[in-house]
Design a protein around this ligand. Structure first.
Ligand code: NDP
Length: 329
């Protein structure tokens, strides 16, 4: 194993704002590996929509902050305490740490060895979005074969995972997106019907497709723009899973509104579904099986060099992307 340097390339924010606040540093201190951590030399770092919320200030964070929530690479040193048997040289993917950098001190609890059948970059491209989709269809609303399910932003990172998982269960799905290309991709990944939510009347179209009773559940990553529609099209006793804010946060609403149809509204966060090692390992191993055995298509929109991070955030927020964006440190 080559010696670990003192300085590294990293993308850092010291203030909140637009993509311009992200600073590309070439001599940022390599983090020290602490108890319960492994130091990973990243081969790729994942870009997630949440990074734009940390950058913009929608979700407050400490500064300075190296952005990023997931990555994959090689373990170069192992901290003290319980590190789940990791050793130098292990090829791992991890969740939850500052990954827009050459090295990341990752939580061992949320790291896992990547099976050799999974090619470079694919585990990182799958972890956060795939686990979000998988945990939600099990725990936010336990989808059953034959259920009508509406998925917004169906060609996005989480969206494409949802479409493939729902197809494997045998749900009847309606996917929304903003362009014909994205709708075609959603269809290819399992959407039974699609709606262009920029051009069509979502409520009218969902009722035409699923019938006047509506859908058993809605998985909505857009937030503000579709929330009222979600309450309209969800069936009596149905579930609205509002898990993101790509169009802005859902404003406060009177809880009594839910009494019209006894609707359940959830605002889940992945962390709480994979909090324990057992939960993280079980769901992640299942995810690996979907990739290896069931040949799920893990779509990578583009791999950006680390110094092109500004362009990557602009593409993501500008609705130009499908699937996952990766950075190459
Ligand atoms: P996506 O790949 O879905 O990218 C965002 C997509 O949202 C765009 O491509 C666009 O698709 C759609 N969109 C709709 N309205 C807007 C708008 N006004 N501005 C920009 N995009 C818009 O991202 P991810 O799959 O990574 O994440 C989706 C959402 O889910 C994010 O809000 C993210 O934070 C959240 N999330 C939440 C998690 C949790 O634990 N709760 C975990 C993971 C993700 P189109 O052009 O088709 O409209």
């Amino acid at each position: 194993m080559p010696p670990i340097p003192k300085g590294m390339k990293a993308v850092v924010i010291e203030e909140t704002g637009g993509p311009e606040v992200m600073q590309y540093k070439t001599n940022w201190p390599v983090p020290e590996v602490k108890e319960g951590q492994v130091l990973v030399k990243n081969s790729v770092s994942g870009i997630n929509y949440i990074d734009t919320y940390h950058r913009s200030g929608l979700y407050p964070t400490q500064k300075p902050l190296v952005l990023g929530r997931d990555g994959e690479g090689i373990v170069t040193s192992v901290g003290s305490g319980n590190t789940y048997g990791f050793k130098e040289g292990d090829r791992v993917v991890y969740y939850g740490a500052s990954s827009y950098a050459e090295y990341t001190a990752a939580s061992a609890k949320h790291s896992i060895v990547i099976p050799k059948e999974i090619p470079d970059g694919v585990a990182c491209a799958s972890l956060l979005q795939g686990l979000t989709a998988l945990t939600m269809i099990r725990e936010s609303y336990a989808v059953q074969k034959g259920d009508w399910i509406l998925v917004h932003a169906a060609a996005g990172g989480v969206g494409l995972w949802l479409m493939q998982l729902l197809r494997s269960i045998g749900a009847k799905t309606i996917g929304t997106a903003s362009t014909k290309e994205k709708l075609d991709l959603a269809t290819k990944n399992g959407a039974t019907y699609v709606i262009n939510y920029k051009e069509e009347d979502v409520v009218k179209r969902v009722r035409e497709i699923a019938g006047p009773d509506g859908v058993a559940a809605v998985f909505d990553s857009t937030g503000k723009d579709q929330f009222e529609n979600d309450l309209e099209v969800v069936a009596r006793k149905g579930t609205v899973v509002s898990y993101g804010n790509s169009s802005g946060a859902v404003p406060p609403f009177p809880i009594a509104k839910l009494a019209n149809k006894n609707v359940k509204v959830l605002r889940p966060k992945l962390d709480n579904y994979i909090y324990t090692r057992e939960e993280f390992e079980a769901y992640t191993n299942e995810l690996f099986n979907f990739i290896i055995k069931d040949k799920f298509d893990v779509r990578i929109h583009e791999e950006y060099p680390l110094q092109d991070v500004k362009r990557a955030h602009e593409d993501l927020e500008g609705r130009k992307t499908t699937g996952k964006l990766l950075l190459r440190p």
